[in-house]
Design a protein around this ligand. Structure first.
Ligand code: NAD
Ligand code: IPM
Ligand code: MN
Length: 345
């Protein structure tokens, strides 16, 4: 019986997770779901944003479903020492699970084309998988400090860190259009020079039939808006991937519909790519689609249940034809979207 640890977290996390868990239990009635605390809520309960109890539960899980963490800009959590802040709990979770490859697929859900900020003709062409390195770069590099009126961070990468995420991205490209764009800033950064070299070596050694291109991150930000249909798989480092994936995430009309999977050599972590949306938390209007589609990714990547994953994705498409939360221009509540997905399953 697969065990899923549920980390609902802060803000709209518990609202969207409640719907996603119902859907999970409908599609995979044999799973057990164990709730644990993370983020600001966990800090309030235990003094830690990633408590030991949560860490042990996660270590025993077959997969983890996460909501969101973090408070509003004026939240007292933001004044805590950095290791105690909600976001540090999320980073500690990723690190403890060893999930180094974050998969963020961006595709416009059929029927939602007119909601895209891009012209419909452009939006329809979008089908890109962003593979974001998740455990390296500025996020985790220990060479960082505030020293009085000076401060610095460091974007360090080693060959093995680049190789392992590149292999995930090339393997994904094999199942799609066999085109990979590696995104860097090699015209300025030494770390990008190494990135470029290692990615090219992985390609020629293991994936010679995949077309590899290298592009600069500033240019990709522009082209993702201008001609987004040109991309199949985008591979990039942690910080660039964070930024580019939010940019790409609004192409389908709302960041609220975007799922993600974070994979390593063990169990996977599944979460929507949006944050805790403090501006709408508690109102029952958050879009649960990104979290529900993260359940589909969980079924696919951690439980090996491709047929169920596709069934769920189709059910989401059908539900969104008529039932939409306000971010998609509708009037439905979070619960109504969850119920509509259950009904169309
Ligand atoms: P956000 O993604 O929370 O919100 C950005 C905008 O999108 C807001 O207007 C919000 O209402 C809207 N939105 C987001 N998700 C939505 C949904 N499911 N349905 C409808 N509308 C939705 O980003 P932010 O405001 O920059 O960050 C808020 C907090 O979330 C911060 O504390 C930040 O650190 C945290 N955060 C957490 C994660 C995560 O847990 N993975 C990701 C990003 C940000
Ligand atoms: C994301 C978020 C996180 C990140 C934050 C909350 C630490 O923005 O999952 O994209 O930067 O990775
Ligand atoms: Mn982000």
């Amino acid at each position: 019986m697969p065990k899923i640890v549920l980390l609902s977290g802060d803000g709209i996390g518990p609202e969207v997770c409640a719907e996603a868990v119902q859907v999970l239990q409908a599609v995979a009635p044999d799973v057990t779901v164990e709730p644990q605390a993370i983020g600001g809520v966990a800090y309030e309960q235990t003094g830690q944003p990633f408590p030991k109890r949560t860490e042990s539960a996660v270590a025993e899980a077959d997969a983890v479903l996460l909501g969101t963490v973090g408070g509003a800009h004026n939240s007292p959590w933001n004044a805590l020492p950095r290791p105690l802040r909600p976001e540090s709990g999320l980073l500690a979770l990723r690190q403890s699970m060893g999930v180094y490859a974050n998969l963020r697929p961006v595709k416009v859900i059929p029927g939602l084309e007119s909601l895209s900020p891009l012209r419909e003709t452009l939006a329809r062409q979008v089908d890109v998988l962003i593979v974001r390195e998740l455990l390296g770069g500025a996020y985790f590099d220990p060479r960082r400090a505030i020293e009085g009126d000076a401060a610095y961070n460091t974007i360090g990468y080693t060959r093995p860190e680049i190789e392992r995420v590149a292999k995930v991205a090339f393997a994904a490209a094999q199942t799609r259009g066999k085109r990979l764009t590696s995104v860097d800033k090699a015209n300025v950064l030494e770390v990008s020079e190494l990135w470029r070299k290692v990615v090219s070596e992985v390609q020629s050694a293991h994936y010679p039939d995949t077309v590899l291109e290298h592009e600069y991150v500033d240019s990709v930000a522009m082209l993702l808006v201008k001609t987004p249909g040109r991309y199949d798989v985008i591979l990039t480092e942690n910080l660039f991937g964070d930024i580019l994936s939010d940019l790409a995430a609004v192409i389908p009309g709302s960041i609220g519909v975007m799922p993600s999977a974070s994979l390593g050599d063990g169990p996977g972590l599944y979460e929507p790519i949006h944050g805790s949306a403090p501006d709408i938390a508690g109102q029952g209007i958050a879009n649960p689609t990104g979290t529900i589609l993260s359940v589909a990714m969980l079924l696919r990547h951690s439980l090996g249940r491709e047929a169920e994953a596709q069934r769920l994705e189709k059910a989401v498409e059908r539900a969104l034809e008529t039932v939409r939360t306000p971010d998609l221009g509708g009037k439905a509540s979070t619960q109504e979207v969850g119920a509509a997905v259950l009904k169309s399953l």
